[in-house]
Design a protein around this ligand. Sequence first.
Ligand SMILES: Nc1nc2c(ncn2[C@@H]2O[C@H](COP(=O)(O)OP(=O)(O)OP(=O)(O)O)[C@@H](O)[C@H]2O)c(=O)[nH]1
Ligand SMILES: [Mg+2]
Length: 281
Amino acid sequence: MRGEGILPLTMLGSHEVPRGGGSLPADAPPGVTLVLPTYNERLSLPPLLRQLSERLQGQPWSWEILVVDDDSPDGTAQAARDSGIPGPLRVIVRSGERGLASAILRGLWEARGRVALVLDADGSHPPELVVSLVNEVLSGRCEMALASRYIRGGSTRGWPLRRRLLSRGATLLARPLTPVKDPMSGFFAVDREVLSRARLDPVGYKIALEILARCRPAPVREIPFEFRDRREGESKMGAAEVLRYLRHLGRLYRFRLAGRLPLGQRGGPGVSPGGLLPPQR
Ligand SMILES: Nc1nc2c(ncn2[C@@H]2O[C@H](COP(=O)(O)OP(=O)(O)OP(=O)(O)O)[C@@H](O)[C@H]2O)c(=O)[nH]1
Ligand SMILES: [Mg+2]
């Protein structure tokens, strides 16, 4: 199915974005889509949705929130629907499918906004930063804006030494792929047009890195933030995550290497351009 599934874009000019303020026809696409992947976030999600919608209400651009839930047994999807936030909320429930990367890709595929912003629903990503990240992209100052732990002003307060070292080591291994200081960040905004430049691999574990390495957005801006550890639930960081990351890096390095070969010698996953694959149904 290579080459199929070009990312659908709204019929907008390069940085033209629908305005908010109630003047839009009901079926007009929003300017911005917030994509929230969730798995068992029944407790964290509703307060986050309320905080987000409060911040978004006053913006001059239109928006929607898109929750992509993998049929969480704790009832996250229903908790989202019951949150009663004033504003457009869509909840996609994927059944028989699990995985953070593929959930985010599904969200990016289903997003209707010119700009998509991805954030975790576990309280790690401060909602206060959402508007700044979106504005960086909407203003045309950059094609992708990341919330960064590793530039001046950013931090990972409370992390044990082992986790800090792992994260720093992982970032160093990705350095040849991108000059961005925190390419592992899961908190970013991107002009969705960027996503049609290469096929994104749903097994790619860190989606921002996947986009940076394959689609090469430019320029990219980083905004510092303090990463907060999840308040509910357990961290899943462990050996399996490290291995998954190393596999992901291997694929990205192969992709880059293939890009340097003459056309006839290229091969391997992710080489063909063609944008996101359509969601599996
Ligand atoms: N749809 C979907 N969402 C997921 C899945 N795994 C995690 N998420 C969500 O993705 C976001 C990030 O996941 P986390 O489990 O917090 O991942 P992390 O931040 O790398 O690790 P810890 O917070 O340390 O556990 C959260 O909103 C999760 O609910 C999944 O398999 N499917
Ligand atoms: Mg987390």
